[in-house]
Design a protein around this ligand. Structure first.
Ligand code: S3P
Length: 741
């Protein structure tokens, strides 16, 4: 059933005509009416079936209209409102499509004495360079954004009706305050139009015969496309959105002036810095547009689907760089004096979140290109205040380590993250940092966002970690770099020591005495070269894959085997797996080796508790191995698994049970009844991984021993740690498809 009887469009141009066409297609109204002063637009609208009735007189059609859409130039809004006011029926709702909102709101107040509750101002972010009703297109708003700017007194029913209209056109409807709308549009739409008009005009004046355009290539075409837009409409927009445009223009002129100086003074560093910053912002935007980037991965649904009959797992591969070391290379490289060159950097979303953060803190970082990153260190005092909150996506490591580093700066900042990160405990870092003198505000329950106050002098403390956490240890050691005196941290069990190793690699002394690591604040870091090994946590999925699939023989190259990370090797060996390490060497302070895994039947074990922190990220995959072993595997002392990217004990247990495996969940662990003898260990199922990358990949590995297809929902976060996982897996014998749904 139609939502309303009569929709009246005032102004039968491209936008007004397209709204009417789209609304008609969706059956939004019983009848479509149009008012326009131009005879040919009225005629065109009738011929094209845009409206059923057209007139040049408002008084003829307004009295019957239930919803009136004003699609006239912004400076004409006032006279149109004035003219329709006496003819409105009391229930009528009015909306508009103007590109700036404050001037329309002011016009309405002048006409009605207040902003009428049934006037809902709006703006579709869509258009073409063509104008007129002949260019109208029912699909113009499909998947485009429409911004509504309701006021406090806006009638909720009126707002709902206008929302419904736009939703019917296929648009995504957003709301924001009028001022914000005008500021945002001044920068993202009005300014680029002004610049395009200006550049084309300037060139055309220098060369009246326009010969110069003959030589213009793609760059000119891309930059100036919008200079072909309607001059009258744009005149009105600049007159109406004067203040916000002037603000945007002043900022832009400052930027151009800075570049002018850099060119004049041959300041290569400033040019690279500006261009790199712009390029990374533009790449991010391109990713948004192409829906391949981080932000949109979150909105995009990717399911993994495995097929039976896969394997054996064979070949020789190198998995991406170590996530923990990638984070730390950016952090220490940024704080060092000199240029740090990194190889093997993980181009996954978590490490990229750290990289982007340091750009936002004013550090020039080139790359990553094929895992190579060049960081122009700014020294211990060189970070700059960020403009906006720092968004860290899914990355707990970024947030916890940065909390320590940023608590010691002389500016305020805020750290935010995605839905999963926003649920993770940050009190574990905020509490000891407060003991050092930091001022940090967290949301309820010590969760993100974290608001960090700058300019608080820190003093060194001794801290006994209540849990075995490398992130907390690293956070405090990083804060300790600026603290007065000594900062020391004692851990209840060994955790990964990449921070300590890398600090030493950058020439910063760190003392290790038993379970305690300490350093004295006030020193400096010196840039160095970093070669990041392949991530043992990513290699784990392939080690388990080969260990559970009969006939497998797989070699993983250049894997980091730091003794604080090698729990998975020890545990798999205890289970009877055949793992052979060769080519062992040390690269940039971290031990690496090639690991060859051959299939051999596994047996269930009691996992030694001292191995738990050394394999903390590997348990989802180890649970899959345990399901394929003969006998029971018991895990205890692993309560930390409950506060990872998901509750990894519960989410894995739910999935394994759905796959037909018996398991018993305990507060700090799990018992898994292996089905080693069975040819197919897992049944077909559709599983939730709760957006947890490691759980998604672990269930993909389970697909190698399944009797049917396994669907794993919501796997987009695999890109946080392992971009390209599905392709690499298929190259060694998996039958796995990453489906965008
Ligand atoms: C990490 C430490 C571990 C680990 C995480 C990375 C690090 O977290 O689970 O994936 O890089 O320091 P906890 O410190 O919370 O154990």
């Amino acid at each position: 059933m139609a939502a309303i009887n009569k929709l009246l469009v005032v102004g039968l141009g491209l936008i007004g005509g397209s709204v009417a066409l789209a609304a008609r297609k969706a059956g939004f109204a019983e009848q479509y009416l149009g008012v326009d002063l131009a005879q040919d637009e009225r005629q065109g609208a009738l011929t094209l079936g845009v409206v059923d009735q057209a007139s040049d007189r408002l008084e003829e059609l307004v009295p019957d209209a239930d919803l009136i859409l004003l699609a006239v130039p912004v400076l004409a809004m006032e006279s149109v409102l004035q003219a329709l006011k006496p003819h409105l029926k009391s229930s009528a709702v009015i909306t508009d499509v103007g590109s700036c909102k404050a001037s329309v709101a002011e016009a309405a107040v002048r006409v009605f004495g207040e902003l009428p509750p049934r006037l809902v101002l709006g703006h579709p972010i869509a258009g073409k360079e063509k104008s007129g009703v002949s260019a109208a297109d029912a699909e113009l708003f499909l998947q485009r954004k429409v911004i509504l700017t309701p006021a406090e007194n806006t009638d909720p029913q009126a707002l709902q009706l206008v929302r419904a209209l736009w939703q019917e056109t296929g648009a995504e409807v957003l709301e924001m305050p009028i001022d914000q709308h005008d500021q945002v549009l001044a920068r993202t739409s009005h300014l680029p139009h002004l610049l395009a008009f200006s550049l084309v005009d300037t060139l055309a004046r220098r060369d009246e015969r326009l010969d110069i355009f003959r030589y213009a290539a793609g760059g000119f075409r891309d930059f100036t496309r919008v200079a072909a837009s309607d001059p009258i409409m744009w005149r009105d927009i600049f007159l109406a959105n004067r203040e916000a445009t002037l603000g945007a223009l002043d900022e832009f002129l400052e930027g151009v002036q800075r570049l002018r100086t850099a060119v004049a003074e041959q300041d290569a560093e400033e040019l690279v810095s500006t261009f790199t910053h712009a390029k990374s912002a533009r790449d991010y935007f391109t990713a948004l547009l192409n829906e391949t980037g981080y932000q949109t991965m979150q909105n995009q649904t990717i399911n993994f689907v495995t097929q039976p009959g896969a394997g054996p797992v064979q070949g020789q591969i190198r998995v991406p760089g170590d996530k923990s070391i990638s984070h730390r290379s950016i952090m220490l490289g940024a704080l060092a004096e000199g240029i740090t060159r990194v190889k093997g950097f993980l181009e996954g979303e978590d490490a990229l979140a750290t990289l982007q953060t340091f750009r936002d803190l004013g550090v020039l970082i080139e790359g990553p290109h094929n895992g190579e990153v060049t960081i122009h260190g700014v020294g211990m005092q060189g970070l700059k205040a960020p403009q906006d909150p720092l968004y860290l996506g899914n990355s707990g490591t970024s947030m916890r380590l940065l909390a320590g580093l940023l608590a010691a700066q002389n500016f305020d900042c805020e750290l935010t993250g995605d839905a999963s990160l926003s649920k993770r405990p940050m009190g574990r870092v905020a509490d000891p940092l407060r003991l050092m003198g930091a001022e940090i505000e967290a949301a309820e329950g010590g969760r993100p966002p974290l608001k960090i106050k700058g300019g608080k002098p820190l003093k060194g403390i001794h801290y006994d970690l209540p849990m075995a956490s490398a992130q907390v240890k690293s956070c405090l050691l990083l804060a300790g770099l600026w603290a007065e005196g000594e900062t020391s941290v004692t851990e209840p069990a060994p955790t990964r020591d990449h921070t300590e190793r890398m600090l030493q690699g950058f020439g910063y002394p760190v003392k290790k005495e038993g379970a305690t690591a300490s350093l004295v604040g006030g020193g400096k870091l010196t840039a160095c070269e970093i070669d990041i090994p392949a991530d043992i946590s990513s290699a784990t999925f392939f080690m388990v894959a080969a260990a559970i699939t009969p006939g497998s023989d797989l070699t993983l190259e250049h894997v980091g085997i730091n003794p604080t990370r090698d729990g998975v090797i020890n545990i798999l060996r205890l289970m009877g797996a055949s793992l052979e390490l060769s080519n062992q060497r040390e690269v940039g302070g971290e031990p690496v080796a090639d690991i060859r895994v051959r299939y051999q039947p596994l047996k269930g074990i009691d996992i030694p508790e001292d191995q738990v922190p050394l394999a903390i990220d590997e348990f989802p995959a180890l649970f899959v191995a345990a399901s394929c072993a003969s006998g029971t595997t018991r895990l205890r002392g692993a309560e930390e698994l409950r506060v990872k990217e998901s509750d990894r004990i519960q989410v894995m247990a739910d999935g394994l049970q759905a796959l037909g495996v018996d398991c018993t969940v305990l507060e700090d662990g799990i018992d898994i009844q292996g089905k080693g003898e069975a040819e197919a260990v897992f049944t077909s199922a559709s599983l939730e991984c709760h957006h947890d990358h490691r759980i998604a990949m672990s269930f993909a590995v389970a697909g190698l021993r399944a009797s049917g297809s396994i669907t794993i929902k919501d796997c987009a976060t695999v890109n946080t740690s392992f971009p390209g996982f599905a392709d690499l897996a298929c190259s060694v014998g998996f039958k796995l498809e990453a489906k965008t749904v």
